[in-house]
Write a protein that binds this ligand. Structure first.
Ligand SMILES: CC(C)(COP(=O)(O)OP(=O)(O)OC[C@H]1O[C@@H](n2cnc3c(N)ncnc32)[C@H](O)[C@@H]1OP(=O)(O)O)[C@@H](O)C(=O)NCCC(=O)NCCS
Length: 157
């Protein structure tokens, strides 16, 4: 049984942009403090607006409060999950798992046969988290401007 109320998933649109950017900053501040400069940690309103235009940005709401988010985008490699985040004051209550499952469901709905994501190789637990949820590492990459090495993961849906 889940310990938390279900979330109402909606596409984030421009009127929620400030709230969404604030959630990303709050969620990713810990990563930044550990020296990992994930894109979300320094998201600007301008860049955020671009994200809304070029990918599917989903928000999980508890009543009017934005609790979790993820984005899906497609390129020549396939569908990517990015910017998974949960409000830090509501962490460790299962929302991260809920958001990951929702992302996989939404990706299947748009025809994805697999989902791609990446995370920081040196993060203390994210690599194990994705592995334990069925993601398989298939390589590493050093992205331009990033202070960490990325592990590339894929999962068949
Ligand atoms: C990653 C994130 C979305 C997880 O959200 P969450 O709501 O705390 O996750 P859940 O409560 O569903 O927990 C899922 C699993 O994550 C792992 N986990 C979450 N927080 C953890 C912590 N502080 N330490 C170790 N493991 C942790 C555990 O494996 C946990 O499973 P378990 O409870 O069965 O052990 C959230 O921590 C977050 O927003 N982090 C900052 C942004 C980020 O790093 N996103 C991912 C970028 S690739």
């Amino acid at each position: 049984m889940s310990q938390h109320p279900p979330l109402d998933w909606r596409r984030i649109c421009v009127q929620h942009l400030r709230t969404w950017v604030d959630l990303l900053h709050a969620a990713y501040a810990g990563n930044l403090a550990m020296g990992m400069n994930f894109t979300a940690a320094t998201m600007t309103m301008q860049r955020g607006e671009q994200f809304l235009a070029d990918r599917l940005v989903w928000g999980g709401f508890a009543e009017t409060r934005l609790v979790a988010t993820f984005t899906l985008r497609r390129d020549e490699e396939g569908w990517h999950l990015n910017l998974l985040a949960v409000r830090p004051d509501q962490g460790r209550q299962g929302y991260g798992d809920l958001a990951l499952s929702e992302a996989e469901r939404r990706a299947r709905n748009v025809g994805a046969a697999e989902l791609l994501l990446d995370t920081a190789a040196e993060h203390p637990w994210l690599v194990d988290f994705y592995r334990s949820r069925g993601y398989v590492a298939y390589g590493h990459v050093q992205k331009p401007g990033k202070t960490y090495r990325s592990v590339l993961f894929r999962k068949p849906l």
